[in-house]
Design a protein around this ligand. Structure first.
Ligand code: COA
Length: 262
């Protein structure tokens, strides 16, 4: 597949999407969002791929937000603006439905829509030089690509209120401290550290990984008892897989499990 504003690479079981608009700090315009949607569909449908890493070209920006030039085009048009937000949300929601984990490798500024893209990923790693934030209020708007919902769920409403209502940028260290960033590295170790995190998930049962991801994600919209009901169903599903038999046998035989995703 060829794209104008992103790169899609595959190496073994891992796909990588790189947002590639370095002259615009990898800002997300409509074209880039469309291409991301296509790439996510491709990754979802590719049974050889078991994890996705998303990053930005260069060492300055992961993604510095929605393209402000395009945001200006919908200024004063409520319906058009809402449509743009809905479109961005629909693209990022594809990551929820990917069936495999995604990791945002935050290599620089992750602001506005870029921060929201990172929040839509299953996990986030960052360079200790990166800066994150939801500065939309500085432009007189609010996050529109799911950020006001996901940040609360990931780091709690206190953090979400602080980030969204001040619009302040925070350091990667601070984002790590409040649980937005899962693992933080020196810039030169970001690739290797991210690869290690991905490898750790790849070595586990793929069906169990998917069920675990879904249990947490769907649980966001459930009461504790509804969530526990779902958990029992998923536990039952996992318990009839070949992967479970293999995982148990490998433990007893003191060897590494060879999961087949069945
Ligand atoms: N949309 C469109 N273009 C953007 C952009 C965005 N979100 N973020 C950066 N760019 C462009 C700049 O306009 C500039 O283009 P130019 O060279 O044609 O003027 C180029 O990227 C480089 O950015 P610049 O501001 O010169 O770099 P910097 O190192 O001084 O600052 C940032 C970097 C990220 C702090 C700054 O660009 C910024 O604040 N960007 C906007 C962040 C934002 O508010 N995002 C939320 C949008 S909802």
């Amino acid at each position: 597949m060829t794209f104008e504003n992103i790169l899609l690479d595959k190496d073994g079981a891992v796909a990588r999407v790189t947002i590639n608009r370095p002259d615009k700090m990898n800002a997300l315009n409509h074209q880039t969002l469309s291409e991301l949607g296509e790439a996510f569909d491709d990754v979802k449908g590719d049974t050889d791929i078991r994890a996705l890493v998303i990053t930005g070209t260069g060492d300055k920006a992961f993604v510095a937000g929605a393209d402000i030039g395009e945001l200006l085009e919908v200024a004063g048009q409520s319906e058009e603006a809402a449509k743009l937000a809905g479109f961005g949300q629909s693209v990022f929601r594809k990551l929820d439905e990917l069936g495999k984990p995604s990791v945002a490798m935050v290599n620089g500024f992750a602001l506005g829509g870029g921060c929201e893209l990172a929040l839509a990923c299953t996990l986030r790693t960052a360079s200790n030089t990166a800066r994150l934030g939801l500065p939309e209020v500085s432009l007189g708007i609010i996050p529109g690509y799911g950020g006001s919902q996901r940040l609360s769920r990931i780091a709690g409403p206190g953090v979400a209120r602080e980030w969204i209502l001040t619009g302040d940028m925070v350091s990667a260290e601070e984002a790590h401290r409040v649980g937005v960033i899962n693992r933080i590295f020196a810039p030169e170790d970001l690739e290797e550290g991210t690869a290690k995190l991905v490898k750790s998930m790849l070595s586990k049962g793929p069906l169990a990984i998917e069920l675990g991801m879904q249990a947490i994600l769907r649980g966001w919209d459930m009461t504790q008892s509804e969530g526990e009901q779902m958990e029992t169903e998923f536990f039952g599903k996992a318990s009839v897989t070949e992967d479970m038999a293999e995982g148990m046998a490998a433990f007893l035989e003191k060897r590494k499990a060879s999961f087949q995703g069945k």
